[in-house]
Write a protein that binds this ligand. Sequence first.
Ligand code: HEM
Length: 346
Amino acid sequence: MGQTWVCAKVFGRIVDHMPGSLSPTPTPVLVWRKDLVFWTRFTLVWLMAITVTGAAVRLTGSGLGCTDWPTCNVNTELDAPRFHSAIEFGNRMISGLAIIPVIAVWLGARRVRTDLLLLVRLMVLGFVGQVLLGMLVTRTELDPRVVLGHFLLSIVLIFLGVLLDHSARAHHSTTSSEVTLRDLGSTSMTAPLQLRTHAWMSLALSTVVIVLGTLVTGSGPHTGSDESGEPIARLGFDIREITRIHSVTVWVLGALLAVGLWMTRDLDSPHRNRLLVIVGLGASQGAIGYLQYFTGVPALLVGLHIAGSVLFFTATAYYAAEATTWAHAAGQATPTTRHPAPELAS
Ligand code: HEM
């Protein structure tokens, strides 16, 4: 009963936000904009969910739970346990349904934000790539290079999702005259270039950490396993060596984030708060990373590590995107400062 109510509520909210269906009166531009920011955020959350459930396919050894593509075990005997087929096919369904919010974003962008269409097209291209890679994963019987490529393309899609959501939101606020420099996280006009550089360097290094993490996984037991539960062929890296490189890079990233904390020490703003969130996520990721390493990489901890990576990357991508908007907005908005920069403090 309770579940039905929740489903009805969620469904109603989604239908309410279908482009053009919100209002009985002719749809005003602002309503389309509101729809758009709903759907860009929805798309991003969906992409994050696909990435984590995709990892669950690998961690439960369900990668070959379906022997056909795109259907599951059609025309073949169901020799893999049903549990694995259900997990694999469930992930395919969730991935396929992602096309709905993407179409909604495309409709909204066509109507009110044609400047976002390039990002939408890139996202569609990424989806096509994921479909092809998904097919290759099955055809190559979980070749670790293809499996890891599949994961990394998800990260690229999340990056596009963040850019889309952030761009839609930044413009939405500006045109509603709601934005101040403080909203964007700024309290000083002197720092944007350094902070922007710091934010993008953090994002670049986070990406390197994630790529190295996939190499660790590719060399360990969680690349995937066949129906009998036997691990499939792996990348040839020495597991200790590649884990060491992964964790040392994390320490370098930690040092970079500490520099960011120092640079923003006088700011009382969302920008610094976001950095604090990133530091918190990074610290828990590190703790889980060491814990899983010393406990023989149990699947549950690895799953948490992957979910944490997705959150960490998303937060860092927002941080970079917002630092850029702030730099652009700095010339247009009135700054509010706790410690005004000398030239503003007249
Ligand atoms: C910000 C911090 C970190 C991030 C973003 C991160 C990210 C990742 C990613 C994306 C993977 C690959 C997941 C997959 O493809 O399934 C991974 C794997 C791994 N990471 Fe990290 N990591 C971080 C910190 C650490 C630390 C400090 C350690 C300590 C040794 C560590 C140990 C591992 C291990 C052992 C694996 C392989 C797990 C497996 O068997 O699949 N990580 N990491």
